[in-house]
Design a protein around this ligand. Structure first.
Ligand SMILES: [Zn+2]
Length: 84
């Protein structure tokens, strides 16, 4: 089964496993990139407490999409694709 091309937000698709029309359930995962940005911001902007920003910015996270009906893993959106 080929994984779906998905973005960082939940998308409406037909699940290839249970054939239901669903909105995917997006799970945001912290990545090495998230931690790296947090450290860099922490060094330069520590007085602004910026180090927490990467942990709340979805853009810098990997997003895993699951079917809300059958709970199967459907695909992943990598944060590296959107960093630039
Ligand atoms: Zn499903």
């Amino acid at each position: 089964m080929e994984l779906l091309q998905v973005g960082s937000e939940p998308v409406g698709i037909r699940c290839p496993y249970c054939y239901e029309d669903v909105m995917t359930r997006a799970q945001y995962k912290n990545t090495t990139l998230t931690h790296t940005i947090a450290i860099i911001l922490g060094i330069f902007f520590w007085w602004l407490c910026c180090c927490i920003i990467p942990y709340v910015v979805k853009r810098w996270k990997n997003v895993e999409h699951y079917c809300p009906n059958c709970r199967r893993y459907l695909g992943m959106h990598s944060s590296r694709a959107t960093i630039l």
